[in-house]
Design a protein around this ligand. Sequence first.
Ligand code: XMP
Length: 518
Amino acid sequence: MSGISMDLSPAQTVIILDFGAQYTQLIARRVRECHVYCELLPYDTPLPVLRERRPVGIILSGGPPSVYERGAPQVDPSIYGLGIPILGICYGMQLMAQQLGGRVVPGEQREYGRSDLEIQRGDGLFSGLPDRLVAWMSHGDRVEAPPPGFEALARSANSPVAAMGNRARRLFGVQFHPEVTHTPWGSELLRNFLCRECGCEPSWTMGSFLRDAVAAVRDQVGNGRAVCALSGGVDSAVAAALVHRAVGDRLTCVFVNHGLLRSGEPESVRQTFAEHFRIPLVYVDAAQRFLERLRGVTDPEEKRRRIGEEFIRVFEEEAHRLGEVRFLVQGTLYPDVIESGPGHAATIKTHHNVGGLPERMHLRLIEPLRWLFKDEVRALGEELGLPEEIIWRHPFPGPGLAIRVVGEVTGERLEILRHADAIVMAELRASGYYQRLAQALVVLAPVRSVGVMGDQRSYAYPVILRAVTSEDFMTADWARLPFDLLERLSNRVVNEVPGVNRFLYDLTSKPPATIEWE
Ligand code: XMP
């Protein structure tokens, strides 16, 4: 794919080497919350590549349960000789201990959850922290003796070396997870590592990112023209606003209404863009085309494929009408970049919506958000002056309501779902719960059941509410909504939406379920 590599890394970059722990992304977020820029790289990134990034510090993430596992991931031990401060977390610490000659013993029992730490060296990493603190552990092996030249910095009941350090070489390890909120002083510890040991200035802010990104886009687009597909969601809106700030009206946005949007959505997106951005916007009503392409299709991935393909056709037609366009702006986020990187798990769902476009149209990609997490994109949106209703909007999938009408998508089913969705969203907003949820949606199941309404037998569809809390959408928990709110939702949906006679609440977390039903 012809893309432009937008290197926005500031002078001070910290590298996190990812050994595959569930919490690695959290480490990155915490580092950035300290206003220090960081990037995640696979643990086996070759040393020369690592050196090229000129990191001022390296963090080794957690990972598999044991350094004794067959094929347990390793880093090139010369990393410890680079003279760059390194902090190993959990598996990262055990690996450091093992590679540098310490004693790591296989644990018979996992130490999991809350643990009380006793700090033995209250300076350096633990500067300004209390002598005793609560930390969150999740490990089997433990370090019994630190490597030569290291000293134990903290201990817990089950970990004689819960933290270790070699001050001269600026190498450190902690057995617990400072990145999780269950370790209340974790952010301070990370800040000590970054600022005291790595010499980082806390200067990476959304303001500085925006300045650099605008300059980089301006540089790359030059006198060319760019086009951006708007979805109405926060990512494409922020990407468009940023690029518009850089190149002005040489950016045109295209908003394709595929007829699978929420009630009132096409109008509100058009209005918001006209009012707030003054970016040239092409609006295409292609609802009928998409519905025809979806006729008879029940398989979720086939729906995505057809929608993606049709989207490309429509978009291509519009872009040709615009004349000479060389760049395509996409709101790709950092988690997508990480997940599609090497070593990542099987595709559960194909999420890309405009995949295929850049090659077909010979467009070069501009992805100004590819280094940012969702919450950072929202902060950037605020920096750009985007309205709150866009910034705090729940994510909405590219294939829209098509993947919420389980089974075949028909005009009638879409209408039922849209109606139920509008009621649910209005009630969630009125109750203040919308802002507290990561995402809420309704699903129409392709079954019908018997009910009794006003002395009449009904035979109609159930509507299922899915409301989740989540930090990163990779895992999610069902939201504990109050019963009276659920009751109100149920009453309104069943009474007001023709074709529906039951209201269900989905009590499944992710995993094992996903957030969407398809
Ligand atoms: P799942 O269902 O995989 O969803 O737990 C995680 C997040 O991704 C969104 N999602 C999609 N977004 N195209 C998108 O642009 C898709 O095909 C798609 N499928 C799921 C989902 O809404 C949730 O926020």
